[in-house]
Ligand binder design. Structure first.
Ligand code: SF4
Ligand code: SF4
Length: 101
């Protein structure tokens, strides 16, 4: 329905490009994607300020942690290794580590 509505709006605006479909955040939870990734995040827990940005930005919703103790981790079964958490951490407290297969 949403896609159809967007198509109609684009046609009315005479815009000529194809639409892509973006899966909803956290959709990987219905499929284990952990084995696909080539990198994993490493939460160094060194300079962490407990800002929770890694939780908010993770597109799969698989980062969890405790603001008070400033301890964070991720669900290995569902993390797809995109590196967004590491990119968005303001104090560079997350490294991406290459996974050997
Ligand atoms: S790399 Fe980080 S942001 Fe990307 S899915 Fe894994 S935990 Fe989430
Ligand atoms: S984004 Fe970085 S500083 Fe913020 S809670 Fe996550 S690991 Fe800690």
């Amino acid at each position: 329905m949403l896609l159809r509505l967007r198509t109609i709006i684009l046609k009315e605006r005479k815009l000529d490009f194809k639409l892509g479909i973006i899966a909803r955040p956290g959709s990987a939870l219905s499929n284990k994607t952990g084995s696909f990734r080539s990198e994993i995040p490493v939460f160094k827990l060194d300079k962490c300020t407990g800002c929770d940005l890694c939780i908010y930005y993770c597109p799969e919703g698989v980062v969890f942690g405790d603001k008070k103790t400033k301890t964070y981790s991720f669900d290995e079964d569902y993390c797809k290794g995109c590196g967004i958490c590491a990119e968005e951490c303001p104090v560079d407290d997350i490294d991406m580590l290459l996974v050997e297969k």
